[in-house]
Design a protein around this ligand. Structure first.
Ligand SMILES: [Zn+2]
Ligand SMILES: [Zn+2]
Length: 262
């Protein structure tokens, strides 16, 4: 069994993660345009027509912008929980979207993948993170969380690969020319994770089999690849976890691809 993982795009301009075995291929979120999503799938040797599902984490535009056109043009089923689905369908731009409903906390199968949606704290109706399993292999995808909870820790533990939000550097956010209210929203318990908070989480769980880490959802003006990478590598090496490969995902193109084998 192999599991391929690649971020097609990440950041406030659009988030989309590809995960696939030899027979089943899914996207976690589709926040890029449908055209860009299809182009980037081609770049990694995949085809939009062969995607079996889009699993939506929450209704914010940077996670759903492409879902309706991807479904219309390529016939891709969209999966969301009830709260997210209700919020999506209130938006007239999503009129006509057909969604299959999953229940937060209840694993469901798509082909040979098992998808586990779990609750995360964020300012959306029913936001979730996902663990995607294929046999003994597992990938955790958690972006857009305000604070690390015990459930997040428990779910990401033992994953071989993790996609984690590294949204902002706390000093850069403090100094940024942004309204105070927006800064408070970002750093609040329903907002986004700082490099430091995300790195502390990963340093805590990395001993349990983690091999590959993708840093995702970096803020364009309150973070930098250098700040994010330094925060993680410092904490991981300080905790003795030199076996973890840290990769960055950005808005401008696809990330490196990782193939898990097991
Ligand atoms: Zn969000
Ligand atoms: Zn987001």
């Amino acid at each position: 069994m192999t599991l391929k993982l690649c971020l097609l795009g990440s950041g406030s301009s659009g988030n989309c993660t590809f995960i696939g075995t030899g027979t089943t291929r899914i996207l976690i979120d589709a926040g890029l345009s449908a055209r860009k999503t299809a182009e980037r799938l081609t770049e990694i040797g995949e085809r939009a027509e062969e995607i079996n599902a889009i699993c939506v984490s929450h209704e914010h535009g940077d996670h759903i912008a492409g879902i309706r056109v991807l479904q219309k043009n390529h016939g891709i089923p969209v999966y969301a929980n009830g709260g997210t689905l209700d919020a999506i369908l209130r938006d007239s731009k999503q009129a006509g979207l057909e969604c299959r409903r999953f229940t937060t906390g209840a694993p469901f199968a798509i082909g040979d993948l098992m998808i586990e949606p779990f609750s995360v704290p964020h300012d959306a109706y029913e936001p979730v993170g996902f663990v995607v399993r294929a046999g003994a292999l597992s990938v955790g995808v958690v972006t857009d969380i305000g604070v690390v909870t015990g459930l997040v820790r428990e779910k990401l533990r033992k994953c071989q690969a993790v996609v984690i939000e590294a949204n902002h550097d706390e000093t850069l956010l403090h100094e940024a020319a942004r309204p105070w209210s927006l800064k408070q929203r970002i750093r609040g318990n329903q907002g986004h994770l700082s490099n430091r908070a995300a790195a502390a989480l990963i340093a805590e769980i990395a001993g349990d089999g983690l091999q590959h880490l993708f840093l995702a959802h970096l803020s364009a003006d309150c973070n930098s690849p250098h700040h994010a990478r330094t925060a993680f590598e410092t904490l991981l090496s300080g905790a003795g976890h030199t076996h973890v490969t840290v990769r960055l995902a950005g808005a401008d193109g696809v990330s490196e691809q990782v193939i898990l084998e097991g």
